[in-house]
Design a protein around this ligand. Structure first.
Ligand SMILES: C[S@@+](CC[C@H](N)C(=O)[O-])C[C@H]1O[C@@H](n2cnc3c(N)ncnc32)[C@H](O)[C@@H]1O
Length: 237
């Protein structure tokens, strides 16, 4: 490992006021900050802490982003990659960055930050889970073989990808399989917690029979919560 070089992957949390003192202090020690968060507010925030800030284009592929960041070690010793949520929670960019840095003999430090998972747990008051526990699903990785476990509380992350062009058959399959195992009257929740792009929490309760119609409400930040059936709903917990 090259002792004088370090990649620091850290985050805002979900919005500016959640940025930790640890993160602020570490950014100040870095020569440059790359960020994948777009918007003037965050850019201005970062520019107050660091003299050099570069926003990465949303269209840039993961591998290209990682190569771009690591190639900047030719010029700089300490580089910060600033992102959203917990950099280790369902974040392929962090893994890609770590791999690329390792290839170049550079160590990566990842700092903890508030995740959408934390905020969802608070918003849904999930202080206790169903008897079979809680299941956290990455919708992307199980697209082809989606499995439902109605006996467990379940959070479907990345559900918004089912609305993307090319994923129509996975969306159809998701709706069909879910409706086969949950009663029509069962309820699920569409969750979009307060974040850098919205000032309030959104929690929409929908009946399973209205699942197909509700897809138009899903975006890239939507998480779906399906409470275990046969146990009390959140409002009755
Ligand atoms: C690529 S993952 C990144 C998660 C991020 N590392 C974190 O800790 O929140 C994106 C997924 O996280 C969830 N997510 C992100 N922001 C959210 C929000 N504001 N409200 C609810 N879920 C959110 C959604 O399921 C979304 O599809």
């Amino acid at each position: 490992m090259r002792k004088n070089k370090e990649l620091v992957v850290c985050s805002l949390g979900l919005f500016k006021n959640q940025c930790t003192l640890e993160v602020l202090a570490r950014i100040k020690t870095c020569d440059i900050v790359f960020s994948d968060i777009r918007g003037d507010e965050i850019l201005r925030f970062l520019e107050k802490i660091s003299a050099r800030v570069k926003v990465i284009s949303g269209n840039c592929k993961l591998e290209k982003t990682a190569q771009k960041v690591v190639s900047a070690f030719k010029e700089f010793d300490k580089i910060c990659y600033f992102t959203y949520g917990n950099p280790m929670f369902l974040d392929a960019t962090t893994i890609c960055l770590k791999k690329e840095a390792l290839k170049a003999g550079i160590k990566t430090t990842v700092l903890n930050a508030i995740s959408s998972f934390d905020a969802i747990i608070s918003l849904l008051e999930l202080t206790e889970f169903s008897d079979s526990g809680i299941r956290v699903v990455n919708t992307i990785s199980c697209n082809k073989s989606i499995v439902f476990t109605p006996e467990m509380d379940t959070l479907f992350f990345m559900i918004g990808i089912l609305n993307l062009k090319g994923n129509e058959k996975y969306k159809k399959n998701f709706i069909k399989k879910l409706m086969a195992v949950y009663p029509k009257t069962a309820e699920f929740f569409i969750v979009d917690v307060k974040s850098v792009v919205r000032d309030n929490d959104t929690l929409i309760k929908v009946n399973v029979c209205d699942l197909a119609k509700s897809f138009k409400l899903f975006n890239e930040r939507t998480t779906l919560f399906l409470p275990a059936i046969g146990v009390k709903n959140k409002s009755e917990r």
